[in-house]
Write a protein that binds this ligand. Structure first.
Ligand SMILES: Cc1cc2nc3c(=O)[nH]c(=O)nc-3n(C[C@H](O)[C@H](O)[C@H](O)COP(=O)(O)O)c2cc1C
Length: 434
C-alpha cells in the first residue's frame, strides 16, 4: 500500500507579501484572508495551518530596525494564538498551530492558553515550540538572552512542567453530574508541586482535560541540540531543505533520534517546507521561473534581512558577489544551521545567489505543471520515506493556494497519495493516521 502524504499551510500573522503586485485584495490585519486560506487548506484536506510568531522587530541586519519597519519585514507580527482561534472558528477539521516561546511566556500561561484553545477548537490545536533565537523579543521583555544550548536546557524543563500540568486532571475526573451535584472527583485532580531549576508551579491546571489531552507539539529547531529536543517532545517537525540528499539524511536522523528516546519513530512526523512553482502550461512555468531568477533588489534585501533575523547574525557586512567566508556555527545565536542548506555538497554560492534562492522560497526546486509538481512531490516522499510538506504561502497568495489545492492535490488524490476525507476527530488523530 502506498503511503499518503501529509500537508500543512505555514505562514505568519504579519505583513509578509503586502507589496506583492498580485496580492489578493483584503487586509492582512483582519481575520478574513486567513479564514479563507484556512478553508482552502481544509478543501485540500491539509492537516494543519501553522502560524509563526516573533516577539519583536528585528535589528539583525545592519543593527537597525529601520529596514524591517520601512519594508514591513521580519518581526512585525501580531499574536499568532489569537489568529489561530479565529481560523479555528472558520474551519472544522484543520489543525491550528500557534508559535509560543519557552523563554518569554510563563509555562503555566502557555499550558492554560493552549488547553483552552484545544477545547474551543474541539481538539485541533498545535503548539510550535520555539526557544527564541532572535534577541529582539528579549530586549522587549527586558530579559537577557541565554546562549543557544542553554535555551534548550530551559525548554526541556518547561516541557516537563507543561506535560505535568496537562495531565494534572485524570481523563475521567470530570463528572458534571447534576443529580449528585458533583462536578469533578477531587481524588483525580492533583497539584503537581513542580520545583525545577528554572520553574515552579503548584498546579493543577485550572482548565479541564482537553480533547487532545495536550496540544500537538510542533518544533523547528535544526541544530544538534534542537533535533534532540524535537525527537524527544514533538509530534511533528518542520524543516527547510533544498536538496534531496539533505532531506533524506535529515529524515533518517530524526527517526533514529526518536527511537533513541524510546519512541515509535512513526509518531514523529517530518514536514519539509516547499513552495512549488506551478503553471498550467510549461510555458507559464518557464515564465514564472525566469521571474524568480531575477528578483528586484528589494526582494534580495528582504531575503538577507530575513536570513539575518532568523540567524540573529548580521549579513549586511559581507560582499554580495562573493561566497561568504566560513562562519563558526557557535557564533550564531539564532538558527545555527540556517545557511548550511545552501552550501551542501561543496556548493559555494555567492551571498547574492543565496538571497535569490531564499527569495524564491522554492526549496527542493519543485516546478512544473500540476502533474509534474505531483511527480516531484511523490519522488521526494518515495526517496526520503515520508511524511509530508508544509506549503509556505502568505495570506496574500490566495490564488497560489487555490491552484495548489485545485490542481496539484487532486492529482495526488487520484494516485492514492493524498487524503480524500478526514477520518480523525482531532489534529493528532489526523496526523497519526498515516
Ligand atoms: C522552519 C522554521 C520556522 C521557525 N519559526 C519560528 C518562529 O515562528 N518563531 C521563532 O521565534 N522561531 C522560529 N524558528 C526558530 C527555531 O524555533 C529555533 O529557535 C531556532 O532555529 C534556533 O534553534 P536551532 O539552532 O536548533 O535551529 C523557526 C525555525 C525554523 C527552522
Amino acid at each position: 500500500m502506498k503511503k499518503k502524504i501529509h500537508f500543512g499551510w505555514f505562514t505568519e500573522y504579519g505583513p509578509i507579501g503586502w507589496d506583492n503586485p498580485d496580492a489578493t485584495e483584503g487586509d492582512w490585519r483582519q481575520p478574513e484572508l486567513y479564514q479563507k486560506m484556512g478553508r482552502l487548506s481544509e478543501k485540500g484536506k491539509f492537516d494543519f495551518a501553522l502560524f509563526a510568531d516573533h516577539l519583536g522587530i528585528t535589528s539583525s541586519f545592519g543593527d537597525s530596525i529601520d529596514p524591517y519597519v520601512k519594508y514591513g519585514l521580519n518581526g512585525i507580527n501580531h499574536d499568532s494564538t489569537l489568529l489561530a482561534a479565529m481560523v479555528a472558528a472558520a474551519t472544522k477539521h484543520l489543525g491550528v498551530g500557534t508559535t509560543v516561546s519557552t523563554m518569554l511566556t510563563p509555562p503555566y500561561g502557555l499550558a492554560r492558553q493552549t488547553a483552552s484553545l484545544d477545547h474551543l477548537s474541539k481538539g485541533r490545536v498545535a503548539w510550535n515550540v520555539v526557544t527564541t533565537g532572535n534577541v529582539a523579543g528579549f530586549l522587549n521583555f527586558g530579559i537577557e538572552q541565554p546562549e543557544h544550548d542553554a535555551r534548550y536546557d530551559i525548554a526541556e524543563e518547561y516541557m516537563e512542567l507543561c506535560f505535568k500540568l496537562w495531565s494534572s486532571w485524570e481523563p475521567d475526573s470530570v463528572l458534571m453530574d447534576r443529580k449528585t451535584g458533583i462536578f469533578a472527583d477531587p481524588a483525580k485532580v492533583r497539584p503537581i508541586r513542580f520545583e525545577g531549576r528554572y520553574f515552579k508551579s503548584r498546579g493543577p491546571l485550572n482548565v479541564l482535560p482537553s480533547p487532545q489531552g495536550r496540544p500537538t507539539i510542533i518544533q523547528a529547531g535544526a541544530s544538534q541540540r534542537g533535533k534532540d529536543f524535537a525527537a524527544k517532545w514533538a509530534d511533528a517537525v518542520i524543516v527547510g531543505m533544498h536538496y534531496l540528499d539533505d532531506m533524506k539524511a535529515y529524515y533518517d536522523d530524526m527517526k533514529a533520534r526518536a527511537a533513541k528516546f524510546g519512541r515509535d519513530p512513526d509518531r514523529l512526523k517530518v514536514f519539509f517546507i516547499v513552495k512549488p512553482v506551478i503553471g498550467q502550461t510549461e510555458e507559464l512555468v518557464a515564465r514564472k521561473l525566469e521571474a524568480l531568477r531575477n528578483p528586484p533588489e528589494s526582494a534580495i534585501h528582504a531575503a538577507l534581512s530575513a536570513l539575518s533575523s532568523r540567524m540573529n547574525f548580521d549579513l549586511s557586512r559581507f560582499n554580495l558577489d562573493e561566497p561568504l567566508p566560513p562562519i563558526d556555527e557557535k557564533d550564531i545565536m539564532g538558527g545555527q544551521t540556517t545557511l548550511s542548506r545552501f552550501y551542501t555538497a561543496g556548493r559555494r554560492p555567492t551571498l547574492r545567489q543565496v538571497a535569490i534562492e531564499e527569495a524564491a522560497g522554492n526549496k527542493g526546486s519543485i516546478a512544473g505543471t500540476p502533474e509534474q509538481v505531483a511527480d516531484q512531490l511523490q519522488r521526494i516522499m518515495e526517496t526520503v520515506g515520508g511524511d509530508g510538506f508544509v506549503v509556505r504561502v502568505n495570506v496574500h497568495e490566495q490564488e497560489y493556494m487555490r491552484e495548489f489545492v485545485d490542481t496539484v492535490i487532486p492529482v495526488l488524490q487520484r494516485r492514492g497519495l493524498a487524503r480524500e476525507q478526514y477520518t480523525g476527530k482531532t489534529l493528532r488523530e489526523n496526523l497519526m493516521e498515516f
